[in-house]
Design a protein around this ligand. Structure first.
Ligand code: AHM
Ligand code: MG
Length: 345
């Protein structure tokens, strides 16, 4: 095939920008910088087994977890890329307790904030399992020219302008949405470019894969236990039992289910009353992509994208994937756990 048939990420971003009459290119610039940062992080990850970067820094992040060097590296690379884009006024990241506000003239004038997990599932790196980066872009609510403030970051996911993830797997892919469908790009290592490989991704309405940390089964709400049992029962009409697949790396688990059809569950449990995953930089971007691909995402009761965040690092139970599967687990939660639940931060 001639290379002229290839659409690179940057070609695609520019083509899409032309479709919006009043687009001024700011979002395109931001996405372009995210793509460049992803390539830098990818290069480092691909060498992780070879150089001393693999290992722990010894410092502990705000979630109480030991940070690994690659987390720190990815955080720096993305923040620097966003700063130099000139279109971003601040970043909320899993690696930083508070939002990072860009105070230079360009930063203060930036139209967007970015919420991100620069390297999700990083404990998997030691054992050569896929990891990912997740990002979410919002238009700021405070006036341009001022420093960004907390309220710019604490917006419901329904206000996302764009969201995406990078998966550093057997190949490296960037998948993103700007609210007009979902498109996936695979990094061609020879060209050093992300190339459109998965246009207009749609997820099956019914899936046959369920992904959950079953080691926590005993601690799950009754409705979730019932759903897991349902997945395991024999029924030829609905092709059950379903297949269980769990990597323990959100981006990888979600990506597989997005393409093949399935559900990812991270319920609340006795020891983690709001689950583990973070609302603004894990659940929201993944939910936006899921919905844009025809799937669904809830916290067991409500649409994730309609939840009003209260703090940067707030956690939420998370059920995402094929629409009929997410609806079904929601029905069982309502039936066995009732309407009442506490929202904890
Ligand atoms: P991290 O943000 O500290 O890397 O943790 C998030 C990861 C997700 O990628 C994954 O879905 C989840 O933790 C797995 O958690 P568990 O090991 O409890 O199943
Ligand atoms: Mg994470």
């Amino acid at each position: 095939m001639s290379s002229y048939n290839i659409t690179t990420l940057n070609d695609f971003i520019i083509q899409r920008q032309k479709e919006f009459t009043y687009a001024r290119g700011e979002l395109s610039t931001l996405l372009h910088h995210i793509g460049t940062a992803a390539k830098m992080v990818n290069t480092k990850i691909r060498r992780a087994g070879l150089v001393e970067i693999l290992g722990r820094t010894g410092s502990v992040n705000i979630q109480g977890e030991t940070q690994q060097k690659l987390d720190v590296y990815a955080d720096e690379v993305f923040i620097n890329a966003l700063l130099s884009s000139g279109e971003c006024c601040g970043v909320a990241s899993e690696e930083n307790q508070s939002e990072v506000i860009f105070t230079d003239a360009f930063g203060r004038d930036g139209k967007y904030v970015v919420c991100m997990d620069p390297l999700d599932g990083s404990s998997n790196i030691d054992v050569n399992v896929s990891v990912g980066s997740i990002f979410s872009i919002y238009r700021r609510v405070t006036p341009r020219g001022q420093k960004a403030a907390k309220e710019d970051f604490l917006q419901p996911g329904s206000r996302q302008v764009a969201a995406g993830y990078v998966i550093y797997g057997s190949s490296t892919m960037l998948v993103y949405t700007t609210g007009c469908g979902v498109n996936g790009f695979t990094l061609d290592p020879a060209m050093g470019e992300f190339c459109l490989s998965h246009p207009a991704i749609k997820t099956p309405v019914d899936g046959k894969i369920y992904s959950v940390n079953e080691g926590n089964y005993i601690k799950f709400p009754e409705g979730v236990k019932r759903y897991i049992k349902y997945c395991q029962e024999r029924d030829t009409e609905t092709s059950r039992p379903y297949t269980s697949r769990y990597i323990g790396s959100l981006v990888s688990d979600f990506h597989r289910n997005l393409l093949k059809g399935g559900i990812f569950l991270y319920p609340e449990n006795e020891s983690a009353p709001s689950g583990k995953l973070r609302l603004i930089y894990e659940c929201n971007p993944i939910s936006f992509i899921a919905e844009q691909a025809g799937g669904m995402a809830t916290d067991g009761y409500d649409r994730i994208l309609e939840v009003d965040p209260r703090t940067l690092h707030e956690r939420s139970p998370f059920y995402v994937g094929s629409a009929n599967m997410v609806k079904q687990v929601g029905g069982l939660i309502l039936q066995y756990n009732g309407q009442e639940r506490e929202r904890e931060v």
